[in-house]
Ligand binder design. Sequence first.
Ligand SMILES: Nc1nc2c(c(=O)[nH]1)N[C@H]1C(S)=C(S)[C@@H](COP(=O)(O)O)O[C@H]1N2
Ligand SMILES: [Mo]
Length: 209
Amino acid sequence: MLWRPGKAQRSLLTQGRERSADRLPPGQRLVKGWPVLHEGEPPVLDVDTWRFRVWGEVERPQEWTWAELQALPRIETTQDFHCVTTWSRYDNRWGGISVSEILGRALPRASASHVLVHCFDATGYTANLPLADFARAENLFALTHDDAPLSVEHGGPIRLVVHHLYAWKSAKWVAGVEVLPRDVRGYWEERGYHNRADPWLEERYSHQE
Ligand SMILES: Nc1nc2c(c(=O)[nH]1)N[C@H]1C(S)=C(S)[C@@H](COP(=O)(O)O)O[C@H]1N2
Ligand SMILES: [Mo]
């Protein structure tokens, strides 16, 4: 079953105020707050045992401890965030480690075409992306939001942010990246959501594919 906004989430949605055709994708509404959406319970990262792994179709599989990951160079970016349940949140200021930084160390092979991002929550959440969508320069593994450490409910202490696609591609509580020679559908992509998820094309459901 697909997630539907409950009463609490609906009350956060404005009624189409500040709608702007060049900034708000079709069928979306601007929110001022920041809804929390996920399956299952937010997990707590164990800094002693957690590892960030990159494996699969790469020349150099990677494994970082929490401390090692902190030492990687960081980027900042300010972007809008669009959820398929129709809310959009403007001007999110994210800080973290760019996807290119990670891929630059793991070196995807010529055979690599897609990734499956894995999470450490009990649900076993995953999100799939073509390598080209994943590797965009502004994408990052976020550690901060609006200059504060990312809260656990929003995927802290580390989540993926892929601004140009619906927010379910922005996996929270990330444990690693599997680089693949083919496409493998992720958690929502197997449950009725669109494989690509471009909000400007309203790629919401798998029956549209
Ligand atoms: N691990 C994990 N990541 C997830 C989800 C989830 O259920 N589990 N839900 C996704 C969905 S459907 C959305 S809309 C966004 C919501 O992010 P937010 O709660 O920070 O607004 O997280 C995405 N990342
Ligand atoms: Mo979502």
